[in-house]
Design a protein around this ligand. Structure first.
Ligand code: NAP
Length: 250
């Protein structure tokens, strides 16, 4: 189990010239490769040097959620400065990166969350927060450039109508029903996050420039993996939960 790792290179394969033993790195590993382990094997194009300004725990919080947010809003939806984005699940693992990336890009950022997360989301860059438990977002916003849906079901279905013509609905969870984008006059895609060392390096750079930061709310030993999964499966964790598998190797 486990898709995200941060640690120290133990050995590099034949022909590898960029990474060498002792390098401090982070990576999204392939499914089944085992991030919940003291050692893992990862292809060098999935790896980047970890941000120098943060530790291994915070770095391990980045890969899947950070890449999911980056690829959704930039590679897929093409969010640009001055555009408006609605992020569903803004307080979650993907959402906390998406809010910060979108703000860094110069977009106007609206997030959905429960009221307990409103102040937190404003502190990381949300211009507006919609309390999904007491408000219907489609009665508050419209004519949006991009919607990032990390929730699915009803939230996904109600999102079509808040986009401007040609706007983009990207979902980390929902499949796009055939014909729906044409029916609404918008574009839509389901994310399949790719491991990408070059994008991780870009994310590391903006972290070292203090523009964004990983939000780690809980750190647990590997022996508490079950508890970590239960917290995650509650679907109400804020930011990321990180498992400490080994002592800090520095
Ligand atoms: N396709 C891919 O490649 C890919 C990649 C990464 C993740 N994913 C998927 O994307 C989804 C999100 O991942 P994640 O790690 O961000 O999840 P997460 O961290 O577990 O999300 C938890 C957050 O969701 C919020 N939330 C729950 N119900 C909500 C609702 N109805 N409206 C708005 N916010 C709500 C909670 O806020 P409150 O506590 O305030 O309710 C909480 O902060 C997961 O299903 C994950 O499997 C897919």
């Amino acid at each position: 189990m486990g898709l995200d790792v941060a640690g120290v290179v133990e050995a590099a394969g034949h022909g590898e010239t960029f990474f060498k033993p002792g390098d401090e790195v982070f990576a999204k590993v392939s499914i089944g490769q085992g991030g919940y382990a003291e050692y893992t094997v990862v292809s060098s194009n999935q790896v980047a040097r970890k941000p120098g300004s943060i530790g291994f725990i915070e770095s391990a919080a980045i890969p899947t959620a950070g890449l999911a947010a980056w690829q959704s809003i930039f590679d897929i939806a093409g969010l640009e400065s001055g555009q408006t984005i609605l992020i569903h699940g803004a307080a979650g693992g993907v959402g906390t990166f998406a809010v910060q990336f979108a703000k860094w890009k110069g977009a106007y950022v609206i997030g959905t969350a429960s009221s307990k997360n409103a102040g937190f989301l404003k502190s990381i860059g949300s211009d507006e927060v919609i309390d999904y438990r007491n408000q219907r977002f489609e009665e508050i916003v419209n004519n949006l450039d991009v919607v990032l849906d990390t929730i699915g079901e009803d939230t996904f279905e109600r999102s079509w109508g808040v986009l401007k013509p040609g706007g983009f609905l990207v979902s980390t969870v929902a499949s796009i029903p055939e014909g729906a984008p044409q029916r609404y006059g918008v574009r839509a895609k389901t994310l399949m996050t790719q491991a990408d060392g070059r994008e991780l390096a870009q994310i590391a750079a903006i972290i070292d420039e203090q523009k964004i930061k990983p939000i780690v709310t809980t750190v647990l030993p590997l022996t508490d993996a079950r508890k970590a999964h239960e917290m995650s499966e509650s679907r109400h964790a804020r930011g990321k939960i990180v498992l400490r598998v080994a002592e800090d190797p520095r």
